[in-house]
Design a protein around this ligand. Structure first.
Ligand code: GLN
Length: 232
């Protein structure tokens, strides 16, 4: 019932570093589109929550084993994940893109990956995509737990490329993270808030209702523009 929903503090898992969706500001506070959307939705729907920045794969596993109530982590809504999780309405469009070092002028397409190493992030759509084309293009996958480790492997030259969500890599490139994109993004899933299948349905409902409300009152637009708007 409504009373127990608002007295409960939901535990929400997220990624460690996935700007502009979740990242730590100079004070060490978690900020970003996911963090601000959740905050606005919780205020709109009057529920309490606590953030656990576990890393993407760990957060998804924690949700599967019901150690957290929900996950918001730039998590793509996929048919495979729908077997285990219930997703909210989508709140941001994404897709996977290849990134290379900013000073790399030789790797321009998937064909240029032959015989090389490619950095990926465990448990992500980017990983699944890289795996799906690895034998065709003859490259080896090197897995990492978070995006910054994956980028570092490309910048040091151990891997020649990585596969990352387009809005995340585009944001990083704009912040001069040492990478650039050279291919068009692949069609990918949109992001959704997830709960374990059949669990926390009232939380899912509140997320959807709150999302509808903050889209209607301009708060959603204000939040996304703060991070990815023209003046961001
Ligand atoms: N959107 C991607 C996925 O769901 C990556 C998410 C992430 O790395 N936080 O697999």
């Amino acid at each position: 019932d409504a009373e127990s929903n608002t007295s409960k503090t939901y535990v929400i898992g997220t990624d460690i570093t996935f700007a502009p969706f979740e990242f730590q500001d100079v004070n060490g506070d978690f900020v970003g589109i996911d963090m601000d959307l959740l905050d606005a939705i919780a205020k709109d729907q009057n529920f309490k929550y606590e953030i656990k920045a576990l890393g993407f794969n760990a957060a998804v596993q924690a949700l599967e084993s019901n150690q957290v109530d929900g996950v918001i982590a730039g998590m793509s809504i996929t048919d495979e994940r729908k077997q285990k999780f219930d997703f909210s309405d989508s709140y941001f469009d994404s897709g996977v893109v290849m990134g290379v070092s900013a000073n790399n002028d030789t790797v321009k397409s998937y064909e240029d990956l032959r015989g090389k190493k490619v950095a990926v992030k465990t448990g992500t759509e980017g990983y699944t995509f890289a795996e799906s084309i690895a034998s065709k293009y003859g490259f080896t996958i090197v897995p990492f737990d978070d995006s910054s480790q994956m980028y570092d492997d490309v910048k040091t030259g151990n891997s020649v490329a990585c596969f990352e969500d387009y809005p995340v890599l585009a944001y990083g490139v704009k912040q001069n993270n040492g990478l650039k994109t050279v291919t068009e993004p692949e069609i990918g899933g949109s992001y959704g808030f997830a709960v374990s299948k059949g669990k926390n349905q009232e939380l899912l409902q509140m997320f959807n209702d709150g999302l509808t409300n903050i889209k209607a009152n301009g708060e959603y637009k204000r939040i996304t523009e703060t991070y990815v708007g023209e003046n961001a």
